[in-house]
Design a protein around this ligand. Structure first.
Ligand code: FDA
Length: 303
């Protein structure tokens, strides 16, 4: 209840105040901020995935602007020697308005990543986008199998079917590359698991199926129980280190991150940056008011 109230009034707070909540989770407004944070993480043996903030775009000039921003981000991070991949949200490129325009922009970004031996992850957005983002991934995988990956959400009831579907593309030479997360959007009960224990159960099932079938997997969670579950699956199926990595969001549970790194596992941190941080932070909070308590807890406990 209190979470809901705080989340709904936060957009009316002055930006400076919201920044106090947000700065822990966002590298800053500029590419320089993102590169500085990335260098710092790289120096701790942590790889990064850079994300330019901004989603659900409808104006063509804005979409062009974001493509140019991504291309420049790839150029500059390669030039700066950052150990990085990149994450994109297809609605930034007009997915829900014109899927061909979106495909063509993201293809240009993946092409540049491919020519630099880098990698683009297609983030998974709300359930209006799931079919479209699956289709987008399959098209790009066909052309750039080593340079593109997708995200799947364990809370969606359809996810195991999507995994089975992607398994038909999976080969030893070109494994399908999936980041598995719980899912951040508020979805109706008909299509999504709601209870934490159900989501965790499906997360573990999805992860085990993908690992047993030799997908390349990014395990994106800050949930200590799921991290322990992942260790067991890795051991049970004897999964080599190059077939998986752990991923976490910038600013979240750095202590858990350290214990994973100490186990000699690979770790990548998702680093969002850009001028759209205000909308991003407040929308995220409205979508998922439980985040308010995570944030308050993190500010107080700073674990
Ligand atoms: P859970 O929410 O149970 O959190 C476990 C513990 O972690 C909490 O008790 C708390 O201590 C801490 N915690 C979690 N989030 C926190 C926060 N923001 N601040 C402070 N503490 C926090 N979702 C999606 O729908 N599409 C996507 O493409 C992505 N991409 C993505 C990339 C990466 C690298 C990560 C780590 C996550 C995503 N997500 C996502 C978000 C994901 O779906 C999920 O909402 C969050 O990771 C929170 O779920 P956990 O698994 O961490 O568990």
């Amino acid at each position: 209840m209190l979470n809901n109230i705080i989340a709904s009034v936060l957009p009316f707070f002055p930006e400076k105040l919201v920044w106090i909540f947000s700065k822990r989770y966002i590298a800053g407004e500029s590419l320089e901020d993102a590169l500085r944070v990335s260098k710092e993480l790289n120096s701790q043996n942590i790889e990064v995935t850079l994300d330019v903030l901004g989603e659900f775009q409808t104006r063509l000039e804005k979409i062009e602007f974001y493509k140019a921003t991504y291309l420049n981000t790839i150029h500059e991070s390669v030039k700066a020697g950052i150990n990085s991949t990149f994450s994109v949200k297809p609605t930034m490129f007009g997915l829900l308005i014109d899927k061909e325009v979106c495909y063509s922009h993201i293809r240009d970004i993946v092409k540049l990543a491919s020519s630099n031996n880098s990698f683009i992850r297609i983030d998974m957005e709300d359930s209006k986008c799931t079919d479209l983002e699956m289709e987008l991934y399959k098209r790009l995988f066909d052309e750039f199998p080593r340079n593109v990956g997708l995200v799947l959400q364990a809370y969606l009831k359809r996810t195991m079917d999507d995994i089975m579907d992607l398994n038909t593309l999976n080969t030893k030479e070109n494994p399908v590359n999936i980041r598995l997360c719980k899912g951040i959007y508020i979805e109706p009960e008909e299509i999504a698991y709601k209870k934490k224990h159900e989501i965790n159960l499906h997360f573990a099932e999805d992860l085990e199926f993908m690992m047993a079938n030799r997908f390349r997997v990014a395990i994106a969670t800050h949930d200590e129980k799921l991290v322990q579950e992942a260790y067991k699956i890795i051991e049970k199926h004897n999964i080599s280190n190059d077939m998986f990595e752990f991923q976490m969001l910038y600013g979240v549970t750095p202590e858990l991150r350290k214990t994973i790194l100490a186990g000699k596992y690979r770790m990548r941190v998702y680093v969002p940056f850009g001028k759209e941080w205000f909308n991003y932070s407040t929308r995220r909070l409205k979508e998922n008011p439980r985040m308010v308590s995570h944030i308050l807890k993190a500010i107080v406990i700073r674990k």
